[in-house]
Design a protein around this ligand. Structure first.
Ligand code: PHE
Length: 370
């Protein structure tokens, strides 16, 4: 069979017809292989040129090349058309609702303890208190001795102290502070009088159950000035608790108590009502269906403590108080297990935590309210 017997025009027409009919990209690719692939029919025709005489090649070559050209152009055009159609079809099917809220980007949250510490700083700042800090690794002089808790004092045992094996350069036993009260001493020694500070921070005691964790948070309050008396303490605590719990009907009960570093010492209880089995702060604890809840320890700063702070107790007086920050958070925001505060479970934080973009109610409220 000579090359002359091939009808190039008819071959081309057939090929173009099949290309025009291909309705899928896969089918089109199969046609490309069938015509132009290594073993393809048109590739085969091109190879026949090699066995022809120069005259034949001159006559037939252009026909085969034109055939290959038209088929490959048709393939490319059909491919483009099928792709355009697929895109148009997808666009008509996909809808984009621009009125839907944008997907939320993950974002951290403020721990309730941090939130409450911020609130405390805000409230006390309005009363003229600065925020003071002290080290969590303390020596036993600042933590105990200077606070009128001598070596043999039973209060040292009461505190379930974590001690370090080594002593510091001055031979003092090192420990994790058991309360924020050593900041009282540090503030007096550092700044002298008068003083108005709160000192929030971590404290440590070897104790663990549903209401105790080995690490917890306290805020210390200290005022040293002239002519300070118990009335100032009561007013300050009342003003603070009303602002913190955002209730005007907070009622306090001061009970005589004992702390080595205050004299007299008062335990402060706050009245609550039982509502559906839950304690809601407010009202007198003596009313029917009400009760008193122990909230914090306080008192007039002991003369010996003022002396340890380098001040003359005949000249300067003051009051101090100490409150559990975690406990304040639980009461205000309704958590019931202290241990969950420190479990590091993000689900708990998502439930109880605060958005970093929220303006704390108190920074917006206290100070700007008429
Ligand atoms: N430091 C005491 C405690 O941790 C609380 C307290 C502070 C009491 C200041 C009186 C005055 O229990």
């Amino acid at each position: 069979m000579g090359p002359q017997t091939v009808d190039y025009a008819a071959t081309g027409e057939q090929a173009l017809a099949r290309i025009a009919q291909a309705s899928e990209l896969d089918a089109l690719e199969q046609l490309r292989v069938e015509f132009l692939g290594k073993q393809g029919s048109i590739s085969g025709l091109l190879k026949t040129l090699g066995g022809m005489s120069a005259d034949e090649r001159l006559a037939i070559g252009p026909q085969i090349h034109a055939l290959r050209e038209s088929v490959s152009t048709a393939l490319a055009e059909r491919k483009q058309a099928l792709e355009d159609a697929a895109l148009a079809e997808q666009l008509s099917r996909d809808t984009l609702d621009l009125t839907l809220p944008a997907p939320e980007t993950p974002c951290g949250s403020i721990h309730p303890v941090s939130q409450v510490m911020d609130e405390l700083a805000e409230i006390f700042a309005d009363m003229g208190f600065a925020v003071a800090t002290g080290p969590e690794i303390e020596d036993d002089w600042h933590n105990f001795t200077a606070l009128n808790i001598p070596e043999s004092h039973p209060a040292r045992a009461m505190h379930d102290t974590f001690y370090f094996p080594d002593k510091d350069a001055e031979g003092r036993a090192m420990l994790l502070r058991t309360h924020t009260s050593p900041v009282q001493i540090r503030s007096m020694l550092q700044h002298g009088a008068p003083i108005r500070i709160i000192a929030p921070g971590r404290v440590y005691r070897s104790d663990s159950d549903a209401t105790h964790t080995p690490m917890f948070h306290q805020v210390e309050g200290l005022v040293i000035d002239k002519g300070i008396h118990l009335g100032h303490l009561k007013w300050t605590l009342e003003t603070f608790l009303k602002a913190f719990f955002e209730r005007e009907d907070i009622v306090l009960r001061l009970r005589p108590s004992y702390f080595p570093f205050t004299e007299p010492s008062v335990e402060v209880d706050v009245g609550f009502a039982l509502v559906n089995g839950k304690r809601v702060l407010g009202g007198s604890g003596d009313a029917a269906g009400h009760g008193w809840m122990e909230l914090l320890g306080s008192g007039m700063v002991n003369r010996k403590v003022i002396e340890a702070g380098g001040l003359n107790p005949d000249e300067w007086q003051g009051f101090a108080f100490g409150v559990g920050v975690d406990r304040l958070a639980m009461l205000k925001y309704g958590m019931d297990d202290l241990r969950a505060f420190f479990d590091g479970d993000v689900r708990w934080l998502a439930h109880y935590g605060f958005s970093p973009f929220d303006v704390p109610t108190l920074s917006a409220g206290v100070g700007t309210a008429a």
